[in-house]
Design a binder for this molecule. Structure first.
Ligand code: NAD
Length: 478
């Protein structure tokens, strides 16, 4: 018996959870449930996180959490419980299988069978944002080596465990050479450890276009948080319906399973909703805890039910479907078919899948880090970069001097273009004149000089070489 935590959530949540649990129980899943309350009621009781602290204890103790969708009240500073849960519990991997069930569920891509594995904790979702000048706000995109290693290794291990043939990496490293570049580099490093699995990299823009047009060209896709968030909804939708897809959020010790759709409040309490998304989450959960035979039995019965044309309203199509059913009757039809396999759709076989082996991240030996300059970001409301250069080039000394000014990344001094539009947010790059490393005190001296001259420095970024390699981007046009 495995003890898991469940939350019935809001809107259609309780109905689809009850349907899912009835199927799990009828299929003989060895589960014991601890139910907790999350979502709207908890938010509206004045708890802005949507969950009580005692409920965290239950989740952390049981380590496996099956969660129905919740309603996040609009406004009022309520925090998204999903984002909080993923980050608190270190659920670094988000897995969304997107499978077409043609001709029973309408899709333009009948051969589609893609799993999107999305990094779940970092990237722009670190949520570190600041307004820096009147005109410019900043959101920090943080990409870490452990973050990349964990998710990319997870993708290859997933492919190995589930007999998948290829892992494709999507990044935008032609533009973001440091951040997306790290993700791509780690992908190349880890891919060689899995010679039996094909690997490839696509630039995200053309990769996304190809995915929308020819999804059957892909198998497992691994990508960064924001790209994965957008693409996994697209993929689920073009496979047939977002209402049919489940998702797993996996960490080193805990895991959360859910449907990808929301609480559909307009459909609540009418016995109409399709429980398939949450059921798909539950099937991934059974595989996660090693109850593969039960997972397989339920998946095959679900496929058989879809194939028999027994459909809820959201996928019902006259001429294809045979019976329009509600939530309860749909669950009952699956229960009736436990032990059967589909005859047109491909039956699944999970018996052979091995538990995934994920080594703990090993921090490599630190590199030699040398300071080779600093970017001073300046709030200045003039428009002529030459004028700003005159003001700031007096900063520094015989060792460090102004080498470049950019505005929103594009070089505007020296030799800028008069056509370039400039905001009030300027980056002034100071570098050692002899190309040798400098002491950190130089940065403080530059800041002191700027303060005296009333130059409004809003932040600094140090320019480092790691093991002798420059580890910062050049100005665009430099
Ligand atoms: P939604 O996914 O709830 O609904 C979108 C559309 O899909 C609606 O037309 C709905 O009727 C339909 N739909 C969704 N699930 C269905 C199902 N199982 N069966 C049949 N039809 C289904 O998205 P929304 O309307 O943007 O959001 C509603 C609420 O859900 C919001 O409060 C939002 O914050 C929340 N939400 C929660 C989660 C989560 O808990 N994981 C995810 C997304 C949205």
């Amino acid at each position: 018996m495995t003890r898991i935590t469940i939350a019935k959530g809001d809107g259609i949540g309780p109905e689809i959870m009850d349907a899912t649990l009835s199927i799990l129980n009828a299929a003989g899943a060895a589960l014991v449930y601890d139910e907790i309350e999350v979502g709207e009621k908890v938010y509206l009781s004045g708890n802005t996180s949507g969950i009580a602290s005692a409920s965290w204890d239950t989740i952390r103790q049981n380590k496996v959490f099956l969660k129905a969708p919740i309603t996040t009240p609009q406004g009022g500073g309520y925090k998204s419980l999903n984002v909080t849960t993923r980050k608190f519990l270190g659920l670094y991997s988000n897995v969304r299988p997107c499978l077409a069930l043609s001709p029973y569920v309408a899709t333009k891509h009948p051969a589609m069978d893609v799993v999107i594995i999305r990094e779940n904790e970092e990237d722009l979702y670190a949520g570190i944002e600041h307004q820096q000048t009147d005109e410019v706000v900043q959101c920090l995109k943080l990409i870490s080596r452990p973050g990349c290693e964990k998710i990319i290794r997870y993708a290859f291990e997933y492919a190995r465990a589930f007999g998948r043939k290829k892992v494709t990496c999507f990044t935008k490293d032609n533009i973001m050479k440091q951040s997306d570049g790290l993700f791509h580099k780690v992908f190349d490093e880890i891919a060689v450890e899995y010679p039996e699995i094909e690997n490839e990299h696509w630039i995200i823009d053309i990769g996304a276009a190809k995915l929308a047009d020819t999804p059957e060209a892909f198998d497992v896709i691994v990508t960064l948080n924001l790209y994965g968030d957008v693409l996994s909804d697209v993929a689920a939708q073009i496979a047939g319906s977002v209402g049919m897809a489940g998702s797993a959020n996996i960490g080193e010790s805990c895991a959360m399973f859910e449907a990808i759709h929301g609480s559909a409040p307009r459909r609540a309490g009418q016995d109409m909703a399709n429980p398939s998304g949450l059921l798909q989450g539950a099937i991934m959960m059974l595989q996660h805890i090693g109850q593969n035979n039960v997972a397989e039995k339920i998946q095959n019965a679900w496929l058989k039910t879809i194939e028999d044309g027994i459909h809820t309203y959201d996928i019902y199509v006259e001429g294809v479907s045979t019976q329009k059913v509600g939530t309860k009757a749909f669950a009952a039809a699956i229960i009736e078919r436990l032990g059967q396999v589909p005859s047109v759709l491909k039956p699944v076989s999970y018996g052979a899948s091995k538990p995934m082996q994920l080594p703990k991240y090993q921090r490599p030996a630190p590199k030699t880090k040398m300071l080779h300059g600093v970017d001073l970001f300046v709030h200045w409301s003039g428009t002529n970069a030459d004028e700003l250069a005159e003001k700031v080039r007096v900063l520094g000394d015989g060792n460090v001097g102004l080498s470049m000014i950019t505005n929103r990344g594009i070089k505007v001094w020296p030799e800028g273009f008069s056509e370039t539009f400039c905001t009030d947010h300027w980056r002034c790059r100071f570098k050692p004149l002899d190309g040798k490393p400098i002491e950190k005190i130089k940065v403080i001296q530059l800041l002191q000089q700027a303060h005296v001259l009333e130059i409004d420095v809003i932040k600094t970024e140090n320019l480092y070489h790691f093991d002798g390699e420059p580890a910062f981007s050049l100005g665009q046009g430099q």
